[in-house]
Design a protein around this ligand. Structure first.
Ligand code: CO
Length: 223
């Protein structure tokens, strides 16, 4: 009995040690935010800060692990927020089964800046998860897909359309797909026909919440 208990204790200790080891590295890519793993892992909290502090954790991560991940085209923003945010981008969305899940956070960022749809997919689904905590009215996110040429005008018209219309003009033929606006902790999705992305590109996905499209955008293409 004594030996069994000892072994059991030892294996538990090993398991705990293994768990702690896995939780330790906070600096993964932006697509696996530390905030998602911290709620259940108290030991890593001091290193990565609180779950809700996406804004504060983003800066050290960006500065130390992704110095080269600047994104062409987002530089002319001018604001400090823009300069910091662009350094966390540069990641391609993970696609499987003709679907992907992308994240938006409280720092006005998507976790990816490109989505490549396999040519074999007739339909494609984008799941959007808001990993932040701020409410929809303060830090709302959606995904809107248009041609790159139409993006700015669609965003401007979305602004006029207002929150009641998910910041997308009603019956806008330029819009290939869009989701609802969501707030922190919420998720949504949209499925669309990939035939709409076959010609007339290049295409982009972006958030049409006021002021977000300059930062929250990326390329989307069928390949
Ligand atoms: Co947004």
């Amino acid at each position: 009995m004594q030996i069994k208990l000892t072994l059991l204790t030892a294996s538990c200790a090993l398991a705990l040690a293994a768990c702690g080891g896995n939780d330790a590295p906070p600096q993964d890519t932006a697509s696996t935010p530390a905030a998602q793993t911290t709620p259940g892992a108290m030991d890593s909290a001091p290193a990565t800060d609180a779950p809700g502090a996406m804004g504060t954790t983003a800066d050290p991560v960006a500065d130390t692990t992704m110095p080269d991940a600047t994104v062409p085209g987002t530089d002319p923003m001018g604001t400090d927020a823009a300069a910091e945010a662009t350094t966390t981008m540069g990641d391609a969305a993970t696609v499987s089964d003709c679907a992907t899940t992308i994240e938006g956070n409280d720092a006005m960022q998507f976790n990816v800046d490109s989505i490549t749809i396999p040519a074999s997919c007739s339909e494609f689904t984008i799941n959007l998860e808001h990993t932040g905590q701020l409410p929809e009215v303060a830090m709302g996110h959606n995904v809107v897909i248009t041609s790159t040429a139409d993006m700015q005008a669609v965003a401007a018209d979305g602004l006029s359309a207002g929150a009641d219309n998910e910041y997308v003009k009603a019956d806008d033929d330029r819009v290939i797909a869009f989701t609802d606006i969501i707030g922190g902790g919420e998720s949504t999705s949209v499925t669309f026909s990939t035939s709409d992305l076959q010609s007339g590109g290049p295409y982009e996905f972006f958030c049409s919440f006021p002021g977000h499209s300059a930062l929250m955008k990326g390329t989307i293409a069928v390949q």
